[in-house]
Design a protein around this ligand. Structure first.
Ligand SMILES: Cc1cc2nc3c(=O)[nH]c(=O)nc-3n(C[C@H](O)[C@H](O)[C@H](O)COP(=O)(O)OP(=O)(O)OC[C@H]3O[C@@H](n4cnc5c(N)ncnc54)[C@H](O)[C@@H]3O)c2cc1C
Length: 573
């Protein structure tokens, strides 16, 4: 992290801005304000003392890339207050930024004018964590990673039952999009007090945000009992959180067993089907993920279970990310990706076989088919070095008894469509299908007085269907740039929305992933963005707590829309 040198200091000229950059180091590779390496006009009157620099922005799948955008890293929550008031007074927008570990245009929109936009990286300084064992809570700065939070919780005998797969996510980035894990209670399991099978958002007991107080932007702490907190629990980037307090429960040991010898037709059998079905494992342990590589027979099934004592056959692990073979591509796979992006899509079946073969060999070579350790070491299993793929899909909200049917119907549809495209020489999909389940944002899980579940979380319970207690996450991945991929995602999204409807299920977006597909791109279908998605949060919920009231709260807390971008302006106008 280089300080400005003397030449850069002089170039920066006198005044607060020069002092700003000199006082605080900037991240490696960034061009500090005032240096001759900057290429875009600097924001005027920028608040003193907050490191400001030009930096590259790149989302996970590299589908949203900016070579240079002004970025800053506030050191304290009060810095964020100064930033917000500066943005308001100077007609700028500020976009909070975490790990950039996502797909959506909820931070920055490809190609939008960024002349009056500053990114705010919370992960550099706003990342403190403290655990209060007396209340079983953890308080963290917005930019703390969920892995660091769980490490400190673990040191205090605490944990969460349902956690996203990568640990590098910032907590505020994860909460913005109702991040979730893959757990429902096993048959007969007693839920651990303090945790939830729903979204991380449902664990929040209070949060602090920078909001408009009638005359200026200021810090305000919202307790879970305050009605205005519910839209802030999942806000899609339409707010700025500086810290959160989240409840936790007793930590546990877990086991994760992998299977690669079950045919997909058996695994994805309909409700009550015999054999080694997804449904049967879900009943036994409540924690299952299937990864089904394209054009292969046997998915990779992970089955996690709560397991206080180490089974003799299991290997003990003492840290997360234990599937190194899936985080580090073999050369043959990278070569195949090059072929796919060059337009030779017909090699998709070979691609699937390579991945299946790598998984079987990797599990054996690293003795990873049966692992045991502390919960977080089994729950985190995706590293940033894993294959960069794009994703489409969503959540089917249904009754647990119908999960197998949901999965059966989808996998039948998927295999028929893929076979059809193959028959006409097209291969729009070349990544795996991923299937997981989690619970809902149940009111009973919250241990403090609560105003309710996150208003626009996909796991928000439907009062008119209390029997819908499970979210089934159906995702399909693909190599960015594959011809026909987005048209396939569009067809799939429309099929899911029309198939999972009525009295047995509803379909909701997975906010962090791809949705509203046109035939060319995600996030482009105007009817879905402007009507269908908002309606998802009007159906079956009280008019006093729905999409429209969430929008009204966002507007009252940020009437000047400094926390928005051109895409959010359409989604949450
Ligand atoms: C390989 C991979 C695997 C994943 N697995 C899972 C999974 O298992 N489960 C799951 O639920 N999700 C998963 N995700 C999605 C992930 O949870 C989201 O993309 C999440 O938003 C990423 O967090 P981030 O820190 O990278 O946030 P960013 O991508 O940087 O930001 C995301 C949003 O949060 C907003 N934001 C960031 N900081 C703040 C703040 N301080 N205040 C207000 N808003 C803020 C941003 O403005 C933006 O709108 C996965 C993503 C990847 C790439």
């Amino acid at each position: 992290m280089p300080e400005l040198n003397r030449r850069q200091f002089i170039a920066a000229g006198a005044g607060a801005l020069a002092v700003t950059s000199v006082l605080r180091p900037v991240p490696a590779g960034a061009a500090p304000f005032g240096s001759s390496d900057t290429t875009i006009p600097a924001p005027p009157n920028f608040p003193a003392g907050i490191p400001l620099y030009q930096q590259r922005y790149q989302n996970w799948s590299k589908e949203i890339i900016l070579d240079a955008i002004w970025t800053c890293s506030p050191v304290t929550p009060d810095d964020v207050v100064r930033l917000a008031n500066w943005a308001h007074e100077n007609s700028y927008r500020i976009r909070p930024r975490g790990a950039m570990h996502g797909w959506t245009p909820l931070t920055i929109v490809n190609g939008e004018n960024i002349d009056r936009v500053v990114l705010v990286d919370t992960m550099v300084h706003l990342n403190g964590i403290s655990v209060d064992p007396s209340t079983s809570t953890v308080t963290a700065g917005a930019g703390a990673t969920i892995e660091a939070m769980l490490a400190q919780l673990e040191d205090n005998g605490l944990g969460w039952v349902s956690v996203p797969a990568p640990g590098v996510l910032s907590v505020a980035g994860a909460l913005a999009v109702d991040a979730h894990g893959a757990a429902i209670p096993a048959a007969g399991e007693t839920p651990v007090a303090g945790t939830t099978y729903g979204s991380l958002s449902n664990l929040v007991t209070s949060l602090t945000a920078v909001v408009w107080n009638g005359s200026a932007y200021a810090l305000r702490t919202f307790d879970r009992s305050e009605p205005e907190i519910t839209p802030l629990l999942t806000h899609l980037g339409r707010a700025f959180l500086t810290s959160v307090t989240m409840q936790a429960g007793a930590n546990s040991r877990m086991r994760c067993q992998s299977y690669t010898d079950i045919g997909w037709r058996e695994m994805f059998g309909a409700t009550g089907a015999p054999g080694r079905t997804f449904e049967s494992y879900l009943g036994r342990t409540g924690r299952v993920e299937a990864i089904w590589y394209p054009f292969t027979e046997n998915p990779w099934l992970k089955v996690w279970s709560i397991c206080p004592d180490k089974p003799v056959t299991a290997r003990e692990v003492t840290g997360p990310y234990n599937y190194a073979f899936s985080d580090n591509l073999p050369e043959v796979a990278s070569d195949l990706i090059g072929q796919l992006t060059a337009g030779n899509t017909f090699i998709a079946p070979a691609f699937g076989q390579v991945f299946y073969g790598t998984t079987v060999a990797g599990l054996a070579a690293t003795a990873s088919s049966d692992l045991w350790g502390w919960a977080k070491d089994l729950q985190f299993y995706i590293k940033p070095s894993t294959l960069l793929l794009t994703e489409g899909g969503g959540a089917v909200i249904t009754n647990r008894a119908d999960v197998a049917q949901v999965i059966h119907d989808f996998t039948q549809w998927f295999s028929e469509r893929v076979a059809y495209y193959q028959s006409i020489g097209q291969f729009p999909i070349n990544g795996p299908v991923e299937i997981r389940c989690c619970g809902m944002d149940a009111a009973a899980d919250v241990l403090v007085d609560s105003a309710g579940p996150p208003t626009i979380s996909a796991m928000r319970p439907r009062p008119d269907h209390p029997e819908w207690d499970t979210a089934v996450w159906l995702n399909v991945l693909g190599v960015p740039g594959t011809p026909g991929m987005f048209a396939f995602y569009r067809e799939m999204e429309q099929w899911m929305r029309s198939h999972y409807t009525g009295t047995t299920a509803t379909f909701r977006p997975e906010w962090s992933k791809g949705w509203a597909f046109s035939t060319e791109l995600p996030y482009k279908d105007a009817a879905v963005i402007e009507d269908t998605l908002p309606n998802t949060y009007r159906e079956g919920v009280p008019a006093s707590e729905n999409w429209d009231t969430a929008r009204a709260t966002f507007d009252s807390l940020d009437p000047h829309r400094i926390y928005s971008n051109t895409f959010i302006d359409r989604l949450l106008p």
